[in-house]
Each structure stands twice: as C-alpha cells, then as structure tokens.
Design a protein around this ligand. Structure first.
Ligand code: Z5A
Length: 223
C-alpha cells in the first residue's frame, strides 16, 4: 500500500436460515467497537442503495418463477456494486468490514440449493472479485430443522424462506464443503448451543483474531 495505512480485515458471517446471524452480527459489532476497532457493518445482498434495490427484487415473492441464472446474475450485480463502492474503499482506509453473508452464500444457495454448476459461480466470482475474498468467515452451523423453526417463529416468509427443507439441507452441505476446501479461513461455530455459549466462543475467536492482527501489524511496521 502506498498510503502506509494497514488495510482492515474483511470478516463475513454465514449460515443457513435461522442460525442466528443477525443476532450474532450485533454481538460481534458491539464486541469489536468496544475494543476500538474501526468497523463497517454491512450485508449481502445489499449494502448500497442500488444493491438494496436488487435485494428487494431477489427476496420478493412473485408469481413469475425466477430463473436460477437470473438470480445468480442479480446477486453478483449487487456484489460488484457493494464490493467496489463500499467494501474495498473501507478496507483500504483501515476500517474492518463485517458482512452478513458474501460469496460463500452464493456457493451454498445457488450452487448447493439451486444446483448451478460451481464453475459458473467461479467465473462470476473471478470477474467481480478479481481475487478479493474475505479474510475470515464465521460459519454458524446448525441442523436445518432447528434453524427453520427459529426463523419461522418470526412469520412473513420471503422467496428463499419458502423453499423446502431439502433445499436447506443442500445449502448446509455446500457450506460444509466450503469449509473443507478452505479450513484456514473458516471458523465454525456450533449454533445449536445456548446463545451465551455461542457468544463466548465467538468472543474467544475474536480475541485470537485481534491478537493475530496486532502482531502481524507490529511485525509489518518493523520491516
Ligand atoms: N442469498 C443467496 O441466495 N445468495 C447469496 O449469495 C446471498 C444471499 C448473499 C437473505 O439472507 C437471503 O439471501 C437468504 C439467502 C439469500 N435467504 N435465506 N434463507 P439474510 O441473511 O438476510 O436472511 P436469512 O438467512 O433469512 O437470515 P435470518 O432468517 O434473518 O436468520 P438469522 O439472521 O441467521 O437468525 P436470527 O434472526 O439471528 O435468529 C433467528 C431466531 O433465533 C431469533 O429469534 C433469535 O433470537 C434466535 N436465536 C439465535 N441464536 C440462538 C441460540 N443460540 N439459541 C436459541 N435461539 C437463538
């Protein structure tokens, strides 16, 4: 970097419906802000006015069936806007970015759930992200039945939430394959435990992450 600013960390939170992403995003945000980390919290699909409009189109229930490729292209259109207008500038200025879902969700939902070929997703990922990936990803893992029961208690189901249980089983399996393929990046959290237990594990992982970040920073500063 020419500016001398150390880039922020890019963290994502993933998981199947109802695993507690929203609840734990708030916890992570408060934890990082309390220790003074400059932080931007965002989500996918979404994160800019245009990308939020695309999110609305993606989640809306409609009579017309949505072609899986149309869905995939809208997701990557939203991602291109979000990544280039919001995420990358924030990281470059030293701000950490905490994002509710990112491209792992595309492999899980459009790959695992909709059965689109991984090679097609990879092509779009390469075009849009040009090698930029999250630094670390927290995967909240929970059996599908419990997750759906938690989520459906809230009522008002969007287009994805209306899918059958087998769809979400495929999504969960695809997430597990992502972990196998990139175990260094993923932190898997057992989301079946009580919220207190889940959040203690998250806090312990954040403590390690911050210590690693600081030590890499000190080593880098000395070079
Ligand atoms: N999508 C896609 O297809 N492809 C992509 O590339 C991307 C997204 C990026 C919107 O995602 C949809 O976009 C998503 C996939 C698709 N659709 N689906 N399904 P979203 O992230 O905005 O929406 P979501 O997955 O539907 O999230 P959610 O339903 O809001 O669930 P959550 O955030 O994981 O759960 P929560 O609201 O935090 O918790 C649910 C309830 O459980 C709540 O009452 C909590 O108090 C309770 N809870 C949480 N943790 C616990 C524990 N440990 N014990 C007991 N109860 C708990």
């Amino acid at each position: 970097m020419t500016s001398g600013v150390r880039p922020g960390l890019f963290l994502t939170v993933e998981g199947v419906e109802g695993v507690g992403k929203t609840t734990n995003m708030m916890f992570i945000r408060e934890w990082l802000e309390a220790v003074g980390v400059p932080l931007l919290c965002t989500r996918e699909p979404g994160g800019t006015p245009l990308a939020e409009e695309l999110r609305g189109l993606l989640l809306a229930n409609r009579q017309e069936p949505v072609d899986p490729h149309a869905e995939l292209l809208m997701i990557f259109a939203a991602r291109a806007q979000h990544l280039n207008r919001v995420i990358l500038p924030a990281l470059a200025s030293g701000t950490w970015v905490l994002c509710d879902r990112f491209t792992d969700a595309t492999y899980a939902y459009q790959g695992g759930g909709r059965k689109l070929p991984v090679a097609v997703i990879e092509q779009l990922e390469n075009i849009v992200q040009q090698g930029r990936h999250p630094d670390r990803t927290l995967l909240l893992d929970l059996d599908v039945e419990t997750g759906l029961a938690r989520a459906r208690n809230r009522g008002g189901l969007d287009r994805f939430e209306q899918e059958q249980r087998s769809f979400f089983e495929d999504v969960r399996r695809a997430y597990q394959q992502r972990v196998k393929a990139d175990p260094e990046r993923f932190i898997v959290i057992d989301a079946s435990r009580s919220l207190d237990e889940v959040q203690s594990q998250i806090a312990a992982e954040l403590t390690k992450l911050l210590a690693d970040f600081k030590s890499a920073n000190e080593n880098g500063a000395g070079q």
